[in-house]
Design a protein around this ligand. Sequence first.
Ligand SMILES: [Zn+2]
Length: 319
Amino acid sequence: MAILDFKEIAEAHKATGLQDTFELFTRDFLSFMGYKVITDPDRGADGGVDLIVEERRTGVGGETNIKWLVSCKHKAFSGKSVSPIDDANIRDRVESNGCQGFIGFYSTLASTGLSTNLEGMKDKLEYQVFDKEKIEGQLLHSAKGLEIAERYFPVSLSEWRTENPQPAKIFVEKPSLKCKVCEKELLEQDDNGVITLWQRKRKDYEKEKEHFEYVFWTCRGRCDSVLAQAIRAKTNQLIDGWEDISDVMMPTIFIKWVMSIMNEQRSGVVYSDEAYESLKEFMLQVFPYVSRHLTAKETEHVKSLGMIPSYLGGLGYEG
Ligand SMILES: [Zn+2]
């Protein structure tokens, strides 16, 4: 599904004062891709040239510079593909401008006719087409690309950011939770694994308060059971409770955790020094992930679990 709505970039050839925006976007995009901009977008008759960029290629024979003629076509408002009539006489234009290659930069797609034309020229002329999908793919996969996307597609980007949360930049170090067993980075996995809290077995649930000895985080499945076996080999006095780390990474659940841990401090629940330090470490590492809005999916998940606590205006966690 398309994420960037190219209609956020003003339509060209209209006297809005913003007519150059798509060309400016092209310039920023291509310099982000590593091209050197030779001629800047210029208003007025362009003789079929929107932009010329240079690529420096280093090979065994030394350095060669390739000049690319860039043609920008912003047809997102009509939604039509770029046809051979829209982009005509390509080879002539490339050669008469002293270029060696052609770049089609389109906010829609190249039509089949245009693609066929370009393919027919490929022995004489290098060409590349950046269409809306290719542009989007490049922009959304790096911090620098996201910066450009933010500038030209602010609405699309803010929606996308809500649905694709990135950790907030709060601490100097990148957040990190490594599996206790295999040391894999859990925060970068699709499955963030589980956190297990080991507490002393109790005989009398009325009189004895919970007493946590250890808090660990591991991959789900094998690493989790390796760890459980190791602890059970050491002592049979502990039982474990666990939670999905991805659940605790949801802002609503995270704050529920903070609240219940605070409540436990007053009700006499005991954490060993080690367990308490681990728990603090865990909360700190997860916090950059929770300083954000809920995604649509999480909103549903939280609702379906009846998990919005009463102190946050929901119906859950009473008593
Ligand atoms: Zn592991």
